[in-house]
Design a protein around this ligand. Sequence first.
Ligand SMILES: [Zn+2]
Ligand SMILES: [Zn+2]
Length: 401
Amino acid sequence: MPHPLTVIPAEQLADGKARIAAAVEASRDEILGLSHRIHADPEPAFEEERASERVGEVVAAHGYAVERPAGRLSTAVRGILRGGRGGSRPRIGILAEYDALPGLGHGCGHNSMAASGVGAAIALAAVRDELPGEVVFLGTPAEERGSGKQFMLDDGLFDGLDAVLLYHPSDKDHVEIRLLASEDVDAIFGGRSSHAASDPWMGRNALDALLLLFQSIGLWRQQLRPDARVHGIVVEGGTAANIIPDRAVGRFMIRSTDQAYFGEMHDRFRDLVAAAALATGTTGEAVFSGSSSTMKNNMTLVAAFERNLRGCGVEPGPPDPNLGSSDMGNVSWVVPTIHPCLAICDAGTPGHSIEFREAAASPRGDETTLIAATVVAQTAYDLFRDPALVDAAWREFRGED
Ligand SMILES: [Zn+2]
Ligand SMILES: [Zn+2]
């Protein structure tokens, strides 16, 4: 990657970062208005029509050339802003998720993430005259289910990026993150319906197969490694109590910190589905989709983000021992990536909860949204203004240090 090495005087860098902070403050109402509109109008994975439209409209209003849809996903957005100093490098990706959780709304706070990504894009547009290369804003659907970013990776929307930045709301402040490999799997059982009182022996009970599968998974948990997870819900379990169900569907997720062990879990899950089908005389199928990977944190970018975070008065803590999963893991194996988390509520507040959802549109959540917009933009600015930092991130990524 040819980057002519230039030395930026410290006061010039500080001046640019002050302009970024001022730009976020000047757009406070626009950023928080967007956050609250998305929060009040939650849309689940792959259905974020209004959120993606709103996000696209705001970045377009700040000079970005916007494509919507971008690639195959109808709710993916790409906005490109060319820097005023010309050239095509570096290309820094700023990401925004905006999917909500069915039945819970924005219990993961993606409204705050979306607004902070847009806020960072607005702030970088305000210092466009100082930037070489391109800012690439990506609205990324379907983080909660289906690994939307993998579709976007396959569609080439991350091609040529030098770094990818975002922020995720949390109950703690930390920049490095550990992620479990994760995959969605539907267990689909097919039986034969019959009258549950007059002809039950004529039926083949698909719900029984699903219940057996839950039992098997419960027993399997005792033998699972401590860092592995499997959990699920019933999606379809029959239509009436007096009909033997001819179809039952469970939706599960399997997770592990170890990619090889994750593969073994796949095989075992398939066996459990087959065993439940055999025991009940039904058919059973495990349909896997949307895998997400473990996270390769780029520590060069982590350090840059932490410096800017401290500059905003926030002291980052150690990585969270509570493990989740994200399709950002998939991105992190392709391009230098970080997944910083900043608190919008008190430590100990569970994610995916009503309390967390309320925090995502609270005054504290709003302040965090603005801090995140500032720090994401300032870290991008560091990368735009210091080619040595981009090179260091790539050297680390390739294991050359
Ligand atoms: Zn999330
Ligand atoms: Zn979530």
